[in-house]
Design a binder for this molecule. Structure first.
Ligand code: SF4
Ligand code: SF4
Length: 111
């Protein structure tokens, strides 16, 4: 699953700098895809996560960093976008081709 931000978001901005993949954007702000192209905002009034860039922090942390800092616990696994650890790890490697990701990787699936 990619992580998703629910409508409970209070726009505090705490999550955005914590994401290892710059997958979090303020509402109404365009997001940059993996090819460097700007895409339309996914949410207007609350922060949002670009699923194409979210790895649930697999590869870098054993817990979703957005969820760890969110004061209202509104960063949750997206029940409509289930993904395996393998898929998420491949995405992490795609986003960070030069990163030295340990094997086994830090992962919420192993914590
Ligand atoms: Fe970023 Fe991790 Fe949150 Fe996904 S779960 S948006 S990778 S901080
Ligand atoms: Fe919204 Fe939580 Fe991010 Fe704050 S930390 S902007 S409340 S999702």
């Amino acid at each position: 699953m990619a992580t998703v931000i629910t409508e409970e978001c209070i726009n505090c901005g705490a999550c955005e700098p914590e994401c290892p993949n710059t997958a979090i954007y303020e509402g109404d702000v365009q997001w940059e895809d993996l090819d460097g192209n700007l895409q339309d905002p996914i949410a207007e009034d609350i922060y949002y996560i670009a699923p194409q860039k979210c790895t649930e922090c697999v590869g870098f942390f054993d817990q979703e960093q957005c969820a760890a800092v969110c004061p209202v616990d509104c960063c949750i696994p997206d029940p409509d976008n289930a993904e395996t650890e393998e898929v998420l790890l491949e995405r992490a490697k795609l986003i960070h081709p030069d990163a030295d990701i340990p094997d086994p990787p830090p992962s919420r699936f192993r914590s």
